[in-house]
Design a protein around this ligand. Structure first.
Ligand SMILES: CC(C)(COP(=O)(O)OP(=O)(O)OC[C@H]1O[C@@H](n2cnc3c(N)ncnc32)[C@H](O)[C@@H]1OP(=O)(O)O)[C@@H](O)C(=O)NCCC(=O)NCCS
Length: 161
């Protein structure tokens, strides 16, 4: 029965929703699992209380499955982070989160959205390319990989108007 329910919820359609302060711990955990430099729960909590910060989360069954977080300044927004739980990647969840988030940002008056992505991050680059982001800059040596080797950050932009 337990296994059946787990399978059922594992396949359940994700629910997307605007983050609440109580999501800070789950966001911090997933962020820590997804990036070399994690964000602490307090840091996330602080971000979620900022008026200019917008964050959406995804849940499948009762499991936290992903988030996307950005900050607005005037009529521009910057996506600060996006991650999907490792066992849910490749199933369209990143795309669903990004689509919803961009629509909400447009609704709040954002005209353009920026982000930085590691040049070697194939999945993220495909996600953003599919959503219409285009390269507008490069920051050589901006990241360090696990071995300490320098990696380039691409600056991407998507107009919403
Ligand atoms: C980037 C990330 C959020 C994408 O989420 P996701 O739910 O796997 O994305 P989707 O299933 O919606 O797929 C988005 C695109 O990425 C592609 N993709 C997904 N996983 C991939 C992989 N491992 N290798 C290559 N492409 C991949 C998909 O094919 C799709 O491209 P397409 O529409 O051209 O077919 C997820 O991989 C992740 O959390 N990565 C770790 C954190 C991270 O790197 N965040 C981005 C920081 S800028």
């Amino acid at each position: 029965m337990k296994r059946f329910l787990a399978r059922l919820f594992g396949r359940a359609a994700p629910t997307l929703y605007e983050a609440k302060p109580r999501d800070a711990a789950a966001i911090a955990t997933l962020h820590g699992q997804s990036f070399r430099r994690g964000w602490g729960e307090a840091e996330i909590d602080g971000l979620l209380t900022e008026r200019a910060v917008l964050c959406h989360c995804a849940q499948t069954g009762h499991r936290f499955a992903g988030f996307i977080l950005s900050r607005m300044a005037a009529d521009e927004a910057e996506i600060l982070s996006v991650a999907v739980a490792a066992n849910r990647r490749g199933g369209g969840l990143g795309r669903a989160l990004l689509d919803l988030h961009l629509r909400r940002l447009a609704g709040f008056g954002a005209q353009a959205v920026f982000l930085e992505v590691d040049e070697q991050n194939v999945a993220a680059r495909r996600l953003y390319a599919r959503a219409g982001f285009q390269e507008v800059g490069r920051r050589e040596g901006y990241y360090r990989d696990a071995a300490g080797k320098a990696a380039t950050a691409l600056v991407l932009r998507r107009d919403l108007s």
